[in-house]
Write a protein that binds this ligand. Structure first.
Ligand code: ADP
Ligand code: MG
Ligand code: ZN
Length: 478
């Protein structure tokens, strides 16, 4: 048992998915050829003036409200000065003393425990460009498509007390922002980035220990692993009589360790000052109220509602709310078919498997809630077995056809009721005495002909295996 406790605070940057950039009208889109979404403003050419994209402000307010934060009525942008080759102006337009939102919180669930993580601030800023090192010999190239991409930075209080809690916070934050629809929150595309601040202190000590800041983690898992590593490093430094120096470290996934990047700069190193090109302005309550009207139901209230209204298990409810599109789909299907457990089973089982193997979301496949309900109904009515139902689902998604069409075309419907099948079989036997004799004289392959006839007669609705069994038994008495 360690005599230290861990203190963690996270800074999460999210790219906002507005149509255009934060201060110019360039397209805000990932993955375009280098330097195609640029203009004099985002290239930082002299004589140009930034104009705030109103949608960015609205997204910021939305995020602030979802984080239970105070929205600042006074909006001001500041210059954060530093030099980097992909920062053409030599400063980043950010917010300093008047962030769009401050003093909020996010409730998370870590294991069985609920915990409130306080949000220090959320501010708007522009992203920098990108240095490309891979396809140039002995030099780096600058791609400015990303310069001026709108970002929101969300900073927690040092309230997280383990790497696992940090991991749970990130998942909750991501889901909340996905519900708002203001960011893709895709770490792989770089639309979500997380810096982790960590320190340790002897259990019981009030003052915080010296922190280090970790960068360059490319997944939530990596954030957790990097924190675990860094905590062990802090402990061993302190246990051996050393002292932690406040610095920024890069996490290396390959090496599984943190590497010193630079000693930590202080706020005054950035020489923050109000951007004279962007006049401060005030927003009144009606702007905030209008945004509040557009707020969707957030994941936590949806979870509670799914548990009570539909009486779903925690497992099913969590699985459904983990994807807002899935949750919507579920509710629409429920309107057609009021058996929540059945729908949830199909969604969390067969449907989810199809989505994963196709790497698609539920809106990207050819299945409507109604389509799924028809399929469930056919299984419940016993027209097809559960197993065949899953095959039908695959065919529906492969070819875009509806369940009934596929069941008919492929003759998948089974008449499993023996007496109904026997009526058909007896007719066929009566009509084909010669074939019956062949079977009796030891030529079982002739059975296939009778199965075919019976199948035809039943309009393709008989289960062929069952037919074969029943015909053989009827003729040979076996
Ligand atoms: P900086 O000026 O170095 O960026 P901030 O005060 O802005 O520091 O805090 C950045 C993040 O670091 C916040 O999430 C905050 O909660 C966290 N933090 C601050 N001090 C500590 C500490 N001693 N240990 C762990 N996290 C900390
Ligand atoms: Mg900071
Ligand atoms: Zn531009």
């Amino acid at each position: 048992m360690s005599r230290f406790e861990t203190v963690i605070g996270l800074e999460v940057h999210l790219q906002l998915n507005t149509k255009t950039k934060i201060f110019c009208s360039c397209t805000n889109q990932f993955g375009c050829p280098p330097n195609t979404n640029v203009c004099p403003v985002c290239l930082g050419l002299p004589g140009t003036l930034p104009v705030l994209n109103h949608q960015v402000l609205l997204s910021g307010i939305k995020a602030g409200l979802a984080l239970n934060a105070e929205i600042n009525h006074f909006i001001k942008f500041d210059r954060k000065n530093y030099y980097y080759p992909d920062l053409p102006k030599g400063y980043q337009i950010s917010q300093y003393d008047f962030p769009v939102a401050q003093n909020g919180f996010l409730n998370i669930k870590s294991g069985k425990e609920e915990k409130r993580i306080r949000i220090l601030r959320a501010h708007l800023e522009e992203d920098a460009g990108k240095l490309v090192h891979d396809n140039a010999d002995s030099c780096s190239l600058v791609d400015s498509n990303r310069t001026g991409t709108p970002l929101i930075e969300i900073v927690t209080q040092p309230d997280l007390s383990s790497p696992q809690e940090a991991y749970d916070y990130l998942n909750t934050l991501k889901l909340t922002l996905q519900y708002l629809g203001i960011s893709d929150c895709d770490m792989e595309k770089g639309s979500l980035r997380c810096d982790a601040n960590v320190s340790i202190r002897p259990i019981g000590q009030k003052t915080l220990g010296t922190k280090t800041e970790l960068k360059n983690m490319n997944s939530f898992r990596a954030v957790k692993t990097a924190l675990e590593y860094e905590i062990r490093r802090h402990e061993s430094v302190i246990e051996s009589g050393g002292r932690i120096i406040q610095e920024t470290l890069l996490w290396s996934d390959e090496k599984g360790m943190t590497i010193s990047m630079r000693s930590k700069e202080q706020a005054h190193d950035y020489r923050y000052f109000p951007d004279p090109d962007l006049v401060p302005f005030t927003i009144d309550d009606t702007v905030i109220e209008n945004v509040r009207q557009t707020m969707p139901e957030l994941p936590q209230s949806k979870l509670t509602r799914f548990l009570t209204q539909y009486e779903l298990s925690e497992y099913d409810a969590n699985l459904l709310i983990a994807d807002p599109l899935m949750a919507d789909f579920f509710e629409q299907a429920f309107k057609e078919y009021p058996n929540p457990k059945k729908i949830a089973n199909w969604l969390s089982g067969a449907v989810l498997m199809e989505l994963n193997s196709r790497k698609k979301n539920i809106r990207e496949i050819s299945l409507s809630p109604k389509d799924l309900v028809v399929l469930i109904n056919r299984v419940e009515e016993g027209v097809i077995s559960n197993l065949v139902g899953k095959e039908v689902l695959t065919l529906m998604l492969d070819g875009g056809k509806k369940a009934d069409e596929i069941i008919k075309d492929k003759g998948l419907a089974q008449v499993s009721d023996d007496s109904a099948l026997l009526v058909v079989i007896d007719e066929i036997i009566a009509q084909n005495p010669a074939v019956v004799d062949q079977i009796k004289s030891g030529k079982p392959s002739a059975t296939g002909f009778l199965v075919g006839q019976a199948m035809k007669k039943s309009g393709g609705r008989a289960n062929p295996k069952k037919l074969n069994e029943l015909i053989t038994r009827r003729i040979l008495g076996a």
